[in-house]
Design a protein around this ligand. Structure first.
Ligand SMILES: *Cc1c(COP(=O)(O)O)cnc(C)c1O
Length: 423
């Protein structure tokens, strides 16, 4: 079929317009990466298409040769997925971004692109459970060794990075105990040891913390969390230099296929439009609740990066523009740490806050990490990162703070009514 001269030109995956460099984050979140079609739609189009047709066989050849920038196949790229990638890239201020089907495919694909048999990873000990499984059960089988450090302790990093390493991996703040890692200092130690620094920035979000300017090389996200933020779809993303993202990472993603679906990309794209607004509001509410919780009977330690009582409050304030949407605290009954039954009684008594292992949602969610998300660590592993049966993780949503306070207060009263079972 011959080329139709009347057909409006659409960009190829490499031809999306750059956002105005003067735009601030909220403006980027709403407008960046939007290449309108000839219909001049207001809202981003949803391209539910696996493939793309060619005007002639020579165009197909040029596309596969890489001399023609155009879409070819949705495992490689799709216009809606590219729009999401471009918008998140603009928000993060990264050179390049590729989306994935979930946060774990972002983590795994990044590691697969960076390690080979015999590689050494140094990781912060407080990690998302599935990330530990990737290190211990998958990469270990392929001859990749992972050493763990207490990520808030620079001396521990210094010791571990006295030996060369290929990858340094950490979360900051960590989930759920809110350990804060000194991104600039650890990145400098990592680079001197020959390692690429990968940061799982899920808890902080691109709104509250940008780690690339602080020295990190690669950022990974579970878009399932705040980027959707409304409990609908899974998704993930990897951001970093053009050289890494469009080189070794793209090789893994294109050929192993953890592709973000166009539908999910469209949902996440619309999520990005309200991300700065939601995250700032949820973070402000979380700080208010964290301060209030510190004054309540029945609450022991409250773990939140922007509390004055946080051991790394100054570092958190230097690295982040808000403390995040998650507050972690220990329950206390009759002056001693709550047991499992009392923690369960607290969760069960909540009426507005929902029991769920997710976080970053507009609905406030509560988790008992020891029996769910961090079960796999075992009692010793949990003790090493500070999680006990008394620990509760609260992901703060967009409800009225007064309603959340009332719900937490009535649940604390319910715990006081429960007797601890005899030992
Ligand atoms: C949820 C989460 C992940 C994994 O993301 P999925 O989208 O569930 O695959 C990774 N890291 C952190 C810190 C998370 O909270």
């Amino acid at each position: 079929m011959a080329t139709d001269p009347a057909r409006p030109a659409c960009p190829g995956p490499g031809g999306y317009p750059d956002p105005d460099p003067a735009w601030g984050p909220a403006t980027r979140a709403v407008h960046a990466g939007h290449a309108r079609t000839g219909f001049q739609e207001t809202s981003e189009a949803l391209f539910l298409t696996q493939g793309f047709v060619y005007d002639g066989a020579a165009d197909a050849e040029a596309a596969f040769e890489g001399t023609l920038d155009r879409f070819t196949y949705a495992r490689y790229e799709n216009p809606t997925v590219s729009t999401f990638e471009e918008r998140l890239r603009a928000l993060e201020g990264a050179e390049a971004c590729l989306a994935t089907a979930s946060g774990m495919s972002a983590v795994f694909s990044t590691l697969a692109a960076l390690v080979r048999s015999g590689s050494r990873i140094v990781a912060g000990r407080a990690l998302f459970g599935s990330t530990v499984t990737v290190f211990e059960d998958l990469l270990a089988r392929w001859g990749v060794v992972t050493d763990y450090v207490d990520a808030h302790d620079l001396a521990d990093w210094r010791r571990a990075l006295a030996t060369p390493a290929d990858v340094v991996f950490f979360e900051t703040p960590s989930n759920p105990m809110q350990d804060v890692v000194d991104v600039a200092a650890v990145s400098a130690l990592a680079h001197a040891a020959g390692a690429t620094v990968v940061v799982d920035n899920v808890l902080a979000t691109p709104v509250l913390q940008r780690v690339l300017p602080q020295g990190a090389d690669v950022v990974v996200y579970s878009a399932t969390k705040h980027i959707d933020g409304q409990g609908r779809t899974m998704g993930g993303a990897v951001l970093g230099s053009r050289e890494f993202v469009h080189g070794p990472l793209r090789l893994v993603l294109r050929n192993t296929g953890p592709t973000l679906s166009p539908f999910n990309a469209w949902v996440l794209l619309k999520g990005l439009e309200t991300l700065p607004l939601r995250v700032r509001a949820q973070s402000a509410a979380a700080l208010e609740l964290a301060r209030w919780l510190e004054t309540r009977p029945g609450i022991g330690r409250v773990h939140y990066p922007f509390l004055d009582s946080h051991p790394q409050a100054a570092l958190a304030r230097a690295q982040m523009s808000g403390g995040g949407t998650v507050v972690t605290f220990d329950l206390v009954v009759d002056g001693r740490p709550a047991g499992r039954a009392e923690a369960f009684a607290f969760l069960d008594a909540l009426r507005l806050v929902l029991i769920s292992n997710n976080l970053g949602d507009t609905k406030s969610l509560v988790t008992h990490p020891a029996t769910t998300t961090h079960r796999r660590l075992g009692p010793d592993g949990r003790a090493r990162v500070g999680i006990s049966d008394a620990t509760v993780r609260l992901s703060v949503g967009l409800e009225e703070v007064a309603d959340l306070r009332a719900d937490l207060d009535q649940a604390l009263a319910a715990v006081r009514a429960v007797r601890r079972p005899a030992a």
